[in-house]
Design a protein around this ligand. Sequence first.
Ligand SMILES: Nc1ncnc2c1ncn2[C@@H]1O[C@H](COP(=O)(O)OP(=O)(O)O)[C@@H](O)[C@H]1O
Ligand SMILES: [Mg+2]
Length: 862
Amino acid sequence: MAQYTPMIQQYLAIKKDYPDTFLFFRLGDFYELFFDDAILASRELEITLTGRDGGGSERIPMCGVPHHAADGYIAELLKKGHKVAVCEQVEDPKEAKGVVRREVTRVITPGTMMEGKWLTDKENNYMAALAQVEGRTGVAACDMSTGEMYVTSLAGQAESVLDEALQYRPKELVFFGLAALPKTALPSTVVDAHQLDVFAVDSQYAEQAKGLDVSMRAAVNALLFYIGTTQKRSLAHMRLLKQYDAKQYLQMDGFSRRNLELTETIRDKTKKGSLLWLLDRTQTAMGGRLLRRWIERPLLSRDQLEARLSAVEALKGDMLLRSDLRTCLDRVYDLERLAGRISYGNANARDLIQLRMSLEAVPELKQYMIQTNTPVLMELANGMDECADIVNYLAHALVDDPPISVREGGMIRTGYDEYLDKLHTASREGKTWIAQLEQGEREATGIRSLKVGFNKVFGYYIEISKSNIANVPAGRYERKQTLANAERYITPELKEREALILEAEEKMIELEYQLFVAVRSEVAKHIPRLQNLAERIASVDVLQAFATVSDERGFVRPELVESGDYVITEGRHPVVEAVLEREKYVANDVEMDQTNRQVLLITGPNMAGKSTYMRQIALITVMAQIGCFVPAKQAKLSIVDQIFTRIGAADDLVGGHSTFMVEMLETRHALQKATAKSLILLDEIGRGTSTYDGMALAQAVIEYICQKIGAKTLFSTHYHELTGLAETLSGVVNVNARCEEREGKLLFLHKIEEGRADKSYGIHVAELAEMPTWVIERARSILTGLEANGSTGNGNAASDVQMSLETLWTAPVAAVREEPMQFASAEEEAIMAELRELDLNSTTPMDAMMKLYAWKQQLKKR
Ligand SMILES: Nc1ncnc2c1ncn2[C@@H]1O[C@H](COP(=O)(O)OP(=O)(O)O)[C@@H](O)[C@H]1O
Ligand SMILES: [Mg+2]
């Protein structure tokens, strides 16, 4: 077997340590990928696959990207969920003996991206870990770009707590100690027991980690371990460890979050059209991220909610103050990510200027907050550290408009460093000397067009045009370069000055860089102060966003009650209302309580507004429980502990399960976990199976909820038979989405009113859809039969179904009699005729038996 070249051997040795990453191998001005990496990357990035001799028997697949364009390609791979290891040349190729030494300098993964250009402002970039130890599962999630880390622990197996981790919409998962890995499409890494001491607590979290149980520690440690292996830099900014109990928030499972379109729409997965989109009137990036977190974790504590609502009320009531506050917030940059970059060591001078400008807005911001005279806002303001020391320090150290690069100088302000100022003076004096030289030489030679110039190759020179060369005194200059129409000269003094200037400039750039790094490190010492401030600013920002949207859209403050009552007057769906714009959204009331009106059974034809009504109620609940005003004329709400939804039979086809199975899984989930304080939305369940099954299941589910759980429930159904339940089950009430028939057209009023829908409009809709007349007529006659037989609503839906189905069986005869029975054969006709003629009075049992036997034989022959 042929031997690979030394470089390929080096590649293979490095690649061995990074098996699941794309290895970007630096080769001159390119990053090259080899072997399978190359094949896959050429496909993912749509770049040309080539080959290279590497000493082996076959050419090695290869593809490459220019090093200066690498970021774009890396971002592309990260977006697709891949990891990338960047392998650099770590010695000067000119000095290398043999193959240039190379090392992986960073591993970039979807969950550990830090660069601003790869991140979305108003979105966190989380990665999460699940760690199972001693029967509990710890869930930790962190965003490296902001330095946040959250941790909780849940009883039970990882599969059931995966939901908790997925709430963060992590880009990547880390597992530890799991018996079986949950199925997910996310990039995942398993950390082994021998890699990790679950009890060890990393020093940066030493204080905060004291209260953590072992599963939480394991989760935090697994995350830190993984991050440590990919990042080869300081993680000092990751200091905020927040432990929480999932039960302190309103619980919603993944299905429900999706169904309610809280942060993205079901159809195209975009923010536009979601509740988040409607409410996002935040001015800062961290406010935007906090809003998302609040929406994902509504509160249960009435005190906390009242506090938020009072702040919103104050800000909503004072438009001028709010507008000032918004303008002020607009001056604040992304403090959290600035802090992250500062401590991570990749912030530039412009970042520090942004930090300074953000901090400069704080005193004014506090003023406005205190002016509201509202406890929450005043408390938030009083805890805001203006960081005047940092502002002063930065103002003293850095100029106002530094360049993007930190390697060109031009960052440090005069007066900050004595030596730097001296170098500046030397360089300035040198330049003055040169300017004066030009003037002096013009006078001395009498050549008025003489000028002093500079270029990178020759440095400073004196230039004289061809026509004047004759006037140059002999021996005055040394000739250096001849151009088409000029000569360039130097003098020893000029070169001496030049050396001084260049040396000073080189030193200045190097010194500026060092000073800048020192300034950055100094600021990095104050990261926790900045993070604390950022958190407070984010909170005000979200509160003012609530006030702004509530004012603009006419939302009202909900009254939170303990009674179990749930009454909304003229409620609206906040997003549908906003999208409808000109057309008027029809407001609807809701009245529910813990006893007489616990389950609302909603009937009405398709498109009548049932689903919208149900979603509207859930969204109003979520809005109230994040502390926002709600779209209604008036709302008296009891705090809800969990929301379950089962909406839209055709909406989701989750891999592997039939729609009906998904439906049953989601319904089971609700039945298992709901309490009397929960809100359950079941939208047309039972549709995915036969009428019989579906209706029976639907009824059983309603009975179970009513009798065993007591949760407030909205149940829409197309089984009109179920409306009979209202008479037998106390707590079940019929409402319907009203429609009217006008001039042969069905008019959807979108108005929810008491009572059952009195007519099925299905056939009408079919008619509008131009179904064959035969089908329409036939359906009408079947329906008449059904109605005559009366699904009278005696309260027993299942027996109603039975009756309806019997009616259905008998109906065909009635309707089709006029037409010939096409299915009867000649033999059958003959048998029928015989049967009709048979006189039973004169037939012995034996004869009857014989006759039957004969007929059977006849039929068998067919
Ligand atoms: N209250 C309302 N006011 C105005 N339009 C509404 C209202 N409720 C629903 N709609 C409109 O009617 C359409 C159908 O509503 P939907 O709730 O899906 O009906 P259903 O679930 O009864 O089939 C929605 O897309 C929406 O645009
Ligand atoms: Mg619907």
